[in-house]
Ligand binder design. Structure first.
Ligand SMILES: NC(=O)c1ccc[n+]([C@@H]2O[C@H](COP(=O)([O-])OP(=O)(O)OC[C@H]3O[C@@H](n4cnc5c(N)ncnc54)[C@H](OP(=O)(O)O)[C@@H]3O)[C@@H](O)[C@H]2O)c1
Length: 242
């Protein structure tokens, strides 16, 4: 892999929680291609994680983001950090009257508790400034369908996390932001899935976004020109919520 001349990420230390597939894998790939030293976690997709690590020169670490001790250990093992991306997320939809409460609790553990604890621990590992970026969702702002209450609630929680930590860590030059994708072609939401047409009808740009498009926004927020952007939500949804 040839790193572009003048890349601001050359030699920077990046950690991605939940990087084995989809948007997380695109973020890992993009930072590695830009010359960063990248470490990422995964929960169950060992094969995908090992293949990604081999093809990008990154390090894959098995760590369930719902396991706080394991998550914190994985952040500490990364050493000094320049960029921390919390991408791990579960969707899990259905009628709240019949949804398995344990599944809802796991969604909250992965989408919210892990984001809070991981981000705080990452800030301890940031010496000179730093960037914390959580992957939220357009559903943190809008709820066009029934059946995704817990998911939307979890993504709205990330907004409070970013606003609060931006204040807590701003004096240290650390920025904290949320990237909010709309329909993006991954295993979670395939562009040819059963609800795809319904989603496309709601969008200004009638197609799924790509994981690479989301990764580009993440890299921008981590780049030097974005040093004044913090406590903010950055929606990339093809006009789904417009
Ligand atoms: N795709 C969309 O349309 C869309 C739209 C808005 C927001 N988002 C958000 O974007 C993020 C990535 O979504 P995606 O579409 O790329 O999903 P995906 O294809 O299902 O991939 C999810 C990634 O998160 C990891 N992960 C899940 N649970 C984890 C856990 N407990 N511990 C560690 N890693 C875990 C998975 O690793 P393993 O496979 O190893 O478990 C995988 O690498 C999520 O936060 C999602 O809510 C997605």
């Amino acid at each position: 892999m040839t790193v572009p001349d003048g890349s601001p990420f050359r030699g920077k230390s990046v950690m991605v929680v939940g990087g084995s597939r989809g948007i997380g894998a695109a973020i890992v790939t993009s930072f590695a291609a830009a010359g960063a030293t990248v470490r990422f976690t995964y929960a169950g997709s060992r094969g995908a994680a090992e293949a990604l690590a081999a093809s990008t020169g990154s390090v894959a670490v098995q760590a369930d983001a719902a396991d706080r001790d394991r998550l914190l250990a994985s952040v500490r093992e990364a050493g000094e950090l320049d960029v921390f991306v919390y991408n791990a997320g579960l969707l899990g939809g259905g009628d709240p009257l019949t949804l398995d409460p344990d599944a809802v609790d796991r969604l909250i553990d992965v989408n919210v508790r892990g984001a809070y604890h991981g981000s705080v621990e990452a800030a301890r590992q940031m010496i000179n400034g730093g960037r914390i970026i959580a992957i939220g969702s357009v559903h943190g702002d809008t709820m066009p369908f029934a059946g995704i209450t817990a998911y939307g609630m979890s993504k709205s929680a990330l907004q409070g996390l970013a606003r609060g930590l931006a204040r807590d860590f701003g004096p240290r030059g650390i920025t904290v932001n949320v990237v909010q994708p709309g329909p993006t072609d991954t295993d979670m939401n395939p562009a040819d899935g059963p609800l795809a047409q319904q989603m496309h009808d709601e969008m200004a740009i009638h197609r799924h976004g790509t994981a690479e498009e989301v990764a580009s926004l993440v890299l921008y927020l981590a780049s030097p020109p974005a040093r004044g952007i913090t406590g903010a939500m950055h929606t990339i949804d093809g006009g789904f919520g417009a």
